[in-house]
Design a protein around this ligand. Structure first.
Ligand SMILES: Cc1cc2nc3c(=O)[nH]c(=O)nc-3n(C[C@H](O)[C@H](O)[C@H](O)COP(=O)(O)OP(=O)(O)OC[C@H]3O[C@@H](n4cnc5c(N)ncnc54)[C@H](O)[C@@H]3O)c2cc1C
Length: 423
């Protein structure tokens, strides 16, 4: 049986970072990186629409969710943004910053991020095995057996960096969670996050329309989350950055069978009073024209017809001058709160991340070593941590991967684990 000092299960963002960090910390360690797909880092290639939004400058804990946030708070103390920028720099990836702290590689190519990670791991002597799917993890006195259907390897330390179920076509799977369950870890329920939302209210008629506006997720009359940006109407519901941003909260509402409403403010720059004034001027300007023309030049035609229907105005062949005060007020209110009932998400297949995973409390805050099985570590999305849209998830993948990789290597160098078990 082949033996390694460290076996890393999963060749994605966190696994590659862990491999590089471990090899740098302990160059003499033999490290095997196992990847079930034909090549490592397939998901990375799809990140940031192929540009890889690889970091966020402001990864404050409130941008993250799940039981692992307490781990993240501790880990970001040392693996802070300068440390992560320095890691990326050390593998030849200088970054460029765009709005809201979003950082990209200067090349603006996700493929270059993967190339540099892969080449650096190879250069350092990490042994990568693709088409190698770990299906079983067994505890031994001085390490672990890692098995696929065909082969079993022995690792003195094991790092589970197998990601989670989002985007199956890019490698998303629950296998990593199963391996951790085999080591008695608790898995919290998982939900799709950073995903498009399905709505009622016939969005099909508006499919393809893009607007800049505010989306509020409401439940029982309260605002759960509010986001601004480009909203896209689709045949199933709503998409676009602000919708993806609040999709985690929407997923949680749906899982609790709570009512959710997506309320769009189509005029976020104007207060209700200002919008009423604008509509009054329109009434004077368009007094002789049918209501169909009322928003012409101000709002997308199809959208304006839908808003007017929602406001109960009919027939739309009526002239502008016939609009009375209550109707104008109602029209303004409808345009400021154009609402759709939340009916679902587009599921794990289309989700960018999974909310839920291995329970955070069961791992060390400083090393990410398992409290259930000494010598076992975990990093990345397999842990119950999910971040908002904007580079927060890769920030966590690097920080947790570096932490687990360094800690596994140090524990080999110190022989602490072997001393503990031989006592
Ligand atoms: C379309 C898309 C766009 C995204 N864009 C961004 C973005 O711009 N910025 C951002 O911060 N985040 C983004 N994300 C999220 C981000 O990609 C993930 O959070 C991150 O890749 C998680 O890293 P990971 O190492 O935990 O898991 P992954 O990158 O998913 O890697 C896990 C690897 O383990 C392998 N594996 C799983 N089980 C086994 C097993 N049993 N044996 C062997 N190998 C196994 C998988 O094949 C996979 O390659 C995006 C995600 C998607 C799907």
């Amino acid at each position: 049986m082949k033996q390694y000092d460290i076996i890393i299960i999963g060749g994605g963002a966190s696994g590659l970072a862990a491999a590089i960090a471990a090899k740098r910390a302990a160059p003499s360690c033999e490290i095997a990186l196992l990847e079930r797909q034909q090549r490592v880092g397939k998901k990375l290639l799809a990140t940031g629409n192929g540009r890889c939004n690889l970091l966020n400058r402001f990864p404050t804990p409130n941008r993250y969710h799940g039981s692992g946030v307490s781990l993240l708070k501790a880990i970001y103390q040392t693996k802070d943004v300068p440390a992560l920028v320095s890691f990326l720099d050390s593998i030849g990836i200088p970054i460029t910053e765009e709005e809201d702290g979003k950082c990209y590689p200067c090349s603006l190519q996700a493929s270059s991020v993967l190339d540099n990670l892969r080449l650096m791991a190879e250069h350092l002597g990490v042994l990568t095995f693709c088409d190698w799917e770990a299906t079983r993890l067994q505890r031994q006195k001085d390490g672990f057996l890692v098995s696929s259907k065909e082969e079993t390897l022995f690792g003195r330390r094991v790092i589970v960096a197998a990601g989670n179920v989002a985007s199956k076509h890019l490698g998303g799977t629950d296998l990593g969670l199963t391996l951790l369950q085999q080591m008695s870890h608790t898995i919290t329920p998982f939900l799709p996050s950073i995903v498009q939302l399905k709505t009622g209210g016939n969005p099909k008629a508006l499919s393809g329309i893009k607007i800049n506006g505010t989306v509020s997720l409401l439940s029982s009359g309260n605002v759960v989350q509010r986001e601004y940006g480009e909203i896209l109407f689709t045949d199933y519901g709503l998409s676009g950055p602000p919708v993806l941003q609040l999709s985690g909260a929407a997923s949680r509402l749906l899982s609790q069978n709570k009512e959710g409403i997506l309320s769009l403010d189509l005029f976020p720059k104007q207060s209700l009073e200002e919008l009423i004034e604008i509509l009054k001027k329109r009434k004077a300007l368009f007094s002789d024209f049918p209501l169909e023309q009322f928003f012409s030049g101000l709002l997308h035609k199809k959208l304006s017809l839908s808003v007017m229907k929602s406001a109960g105005l009919s027939p739309l062949s009526r002239k502008g001058e016939t609009l009375n005060e209550p109707e104008l007020l109602n029209l303004a209110k409808t345009a400021k709160a154009f609402s759709f009932p939340l009916t679902g998400t587009n599921g794990f297949v289309n989700a960018q991340v999974t909310a839920g995973g291995a329970l955070g409390d069961e791992f060390s805050k400083t090393t990410l070593e398992s409290k259930k099985a000494k010598g076992l570590f975990a990093c990345g999305e397999v842990l119950d941590v999910d971040g908002d849209c904007g580079g927060f998830n890769l920030t966590w993948a690097w920080a947790s991967g570096l932490t687990a990789g360094e800690a596994a290597a140090h524990s080999i160098l110190e022989g602490s684990y072997d001393r503990r078990t031989s006592r």
